[in-house]
Design a binder for this molecule. Structure first.
Ligand code: BGC
Length: 485
C-alpha cells in the first residue's frame, strides 16, 4: 500500500517533469471513435476496391440478422457521403469533443492492394480531414482497422510475410499525404481481437470448416505468426514515420482485458488467469516495450506450432521502434477459469455475473483505473490515449421516447469509466485523451446491426440520427472536465 502510494506520487511528479511544454500545448483530447467499414458505406464509390469485409458480407454472407437476413456494411451509416458526415461533425461539436478517431479504408487508397494510390480515395479523406479541422475537431487516424484489400487477403493477408511490405507502403502513403494535417496516427487496431477472435470465426464460414474457428492453442499459435507480422508492420511504419520528421506522433491501439481468476483461491484458476493475461495483455506490450514475448504463452505456441520462431532481429525491430503513445481499448475484464478444453487451458468467455450483461463483458470501471496504473508501473508510464471505451446492453437500454433515446445503463457506464480514467490521471498515469466508442450506432462486425454502441441512434432504414441520454451525459462530463482534470 505504502509502496504503491510512493510510486504514484513519484510517477505523477515524473509526468510533470517529462514534458511540461508538450502538456501545456496539447489539450486533453476528448473524442469519439469509429472505423471505416463500420460506418462509411459507399462500398463501390469512386473506384474503391473490394475489401475482405465486402467479400465476407456480400459473397460469403457471414453476417445475418436475427431474422436470417444477410447484413453488410454497404450503406452502414452512409458516412462516406459528405453532406451526411458534415451533419455528424456538427453532432461532434455539439457534444463538445475536440477530436475524432476514424480509420481509413485501405481499399480506397490501394483498390488492388499495391501499385499507385487512388486519387479519388486520397481526395475523399483529404476533404474529410479538412472538414474536421475547419470545425475544430482534431483528426486521429487509424491506418488499419480490420478491413484490407481483398487482393491482399487473397494472398494470405497477415499470414503472408509480404504483408509487412504491403502495409508499410500504404502507411507511408498516408504519412506523406496527410502528415502535415494529421498530428496523431495509429498504426493498427486491436490485433488480438482481429486475428484471434474475429478472423477464426469468419474463416470457419469462409472455408466451411468449423475446426478453423475453434479457440484452441493450435489455432492461436497459427494466428501468432500473423500477429507477429502485424507487429513488424507497425514497427516498420513507426520507423518510417519518424524518418519523415513530421510534427506529430504515431501510436498503436491494443485491446486490454484484465483477467480475474474465477475462484481467487484456486491455484488452477490463478494460473489460467495469468496465462490469459500473457496472451491478451502482455503479448503485444512485452514485445514492444521489453523486446520479448511472455514466456509461458510463447512456449505453448511453439509446442503447438514449431514453425513459430520469431528472430532476434525481428524482436529488435519491434522494440527499437516503440510507439509514441499507447492506444488502449478497454471494455471489461474477464473472469477466467481453468479449462483443459480451452485454448491455453483458460476459459475467459463464459462468466458474466452482471444482472443486465453488456455485450463486451462485465462492467467493472475499477479495472480501467488499475490498467492505466499498470502501464505507469510496469511499462514506464508511456503517454496513453484511451482510444475506445463504451457499451451496449441491448434493446431494453435503447428506448425511443419522442426525440430522445433512453439508455441509462450506457450513460452510467460512460460516467463511471470516465471517472475511473480521471482517477488514474490523478494518480500519475500519463493519459492524454479519452475516446468513446462510439458516436453512432454502426455495423458491429459479426453481430451486424444487432448490437448498438452509439450515443446517437441511427435508424438504418432512413439514416435518421436521434440523440441518446448518454450523449448528454458524455457532454456534461466533457464540460465538467475540459482539461481532463
Ligand atoms: C473494436 C470495434 C468494435 C468495438 C465494440 C472493439 O473491439 O475495435 O471495432 O465495434 O470493440 O465491440
Amino acid at each position: 500500500m505504502l509502496r504503491s502510494s510512493i510510486l504514484s506520487v513519484a510517477a505523477a511528479f515524473a509526468t510533470l517533469l517529462i514534458s511540461p511544454s508538450a502538456r501545456a500545448e496539447t489539450p486533453f483530447l476528448w473524442g469519439t471513435s469509429t472505423a471505416a467499414y463500420q460506418v462509411e458505406g459507399g462500398w463501390q464509390a469512386d473506384g474503391k476496391g473490394l475489401s475482405n469485409w465486402d467479400v465476407y458480407t456480400n459473397q460469403v454472407k457471414v453476417v445475418q440478422s436475427v431474422s436470417g437476413r444477410p447484413e453488410t456494411g454497404n450503406v452502414a451509416d452512409d458516412f462516406y457521403d459528405r453532406p451526411r458526415y458534415l451533419g455528424d461533425i456538427q453532432l461532434m461539436k455539439k457534444l463538445g469533443t475536440n477530436a475524432f478517431r476514424f480509420s481509413i479504408a485501405w481499399s480506397r487508397i490501394f483498390p488492388h492492394g499495391t501499385g499507385t494510390p487512388d486519387e479519388a480515395g486520397l481526395k475523399h479523406y483529404s476533404q474529410f480531414i479538412d472538414d474536421l479541422r475547419a470545425n475544430g475537431i482534431e483528426p486521429v487516424v487509424t491506418i488499419y482497422h480490420w478491413d484490407m484489400p481483398q487482393a491482399l487477403a487473397d494472398k494470405g493477408g497477415w499470414a503472408n510475410p509480404d504483408s509487412v511490405r504491403w502495409y508499410a507502403l500504404y502507411a507511408d502513403t498516408l504519412f506523406r499525404e496527410f502528415g502535415s494535417r494529421v498530428k496523431t496516427f495509429i498504426t493498427v487496431n486491436e490485433p488480438f481481437v482481429d486475428l484471434f477472435m474475429i478472423q477464426p470465426a469468419v474463416q470457419s464460414v469462409v472455408k466451411r470448416d468449423p475446426s478453423v474457428g475453434l479457440l484452441t492453442t493450435r489455432n492461436y499459435s497459427r494466428q501468432a505468426i500473423a500477429a507477429h507480422h502485424i507487429l513488424l508492420a507497425s514497427a516498420t511504419a513507426i520507423r518510417d514515420y519518424h524518418a519523415q520528421k513530421l510534427d506529430g506522433r504515431v501510436g498503436i491501439t491494443l485491446n486490454f482485458t484484465p483477467t480475474i481468476p474465477e475462484q481467487g483461491d484456486d491455484p488452477a484458476d490463478r494460473k489460467a488467469a495469468a496465462m490469459e493475461d500473457e496472451a491478451q495483455n502482455r503479448w503485444f506490450l512485452d514485445a514492444i516495450y521489453k523486446g520479448r514475448y511472455p514466456p509461458d504463452v510463447l512456449q505453448a505456441y511453439q509446442a503447438a506450432n514449431p514453425e513459430f520462431q520469431p528472430s532476434a532481429a525481428d524482436m529488435k525491430l519491434i522494440s527499437d521502434n516503440p510507439p509514441d503513445f499507447l492506444g488502449a481499448n478497454y471494455y471489461s475484464p474477464a473472469y477466467v477459469r481453468a479449462d483443459p478444453n480451452a485454448a491455453l487451458g483458460a476459459n475467459w468467455l463464459s462468466t458474466n455475473p452482471d444482472k443486465v450483461p453488456s455485450f463486451n463483458g462485465p462492467v467493472r470501471p475499477e479495472y480501467l483505473t488499475e490498467l492505466l496504473l499498470r502501464f505507469r508501473d510496469q511499462y514506464g508510464n508511456p503517454p496513453v490515449l484511451v482510444t475506445e471505451n463504451g457499451a451496449g446492453f441491448g434493446e431494453r437500454d435503447e428506448q425511443v421516447a419522442g426525440d430522445i433515446v433512453r439508455d441509462p445503463l450506457r450513460a452510467d457506464y460512460i460516467r463511471r469509466h470516465v471517472e475511473a480514467m480521471l482517477k488514474a490521471r490523478q494518480e500519475g498515469a500519463n493519459v492524454q485523451g479519452y475516446f468513446l466508442w462510439s458516436l453512432l450506432d454502426n455495423f458491429e462486425w459479426t453481430a451486424g446491426y444487432g448490437k448498438r454502441f452509439g450515443i446517437v441512434r441511427v435508424d438504418f432504414d432512413t439514416q435518421k440520427r436521434t440523440l441518446k441520454e448518454s450523449f448528454f451525459g458524455y457532454r456534461k462530463l466533457i464540460a465538467d472536465h475540459p482539461d481532463g482534470r
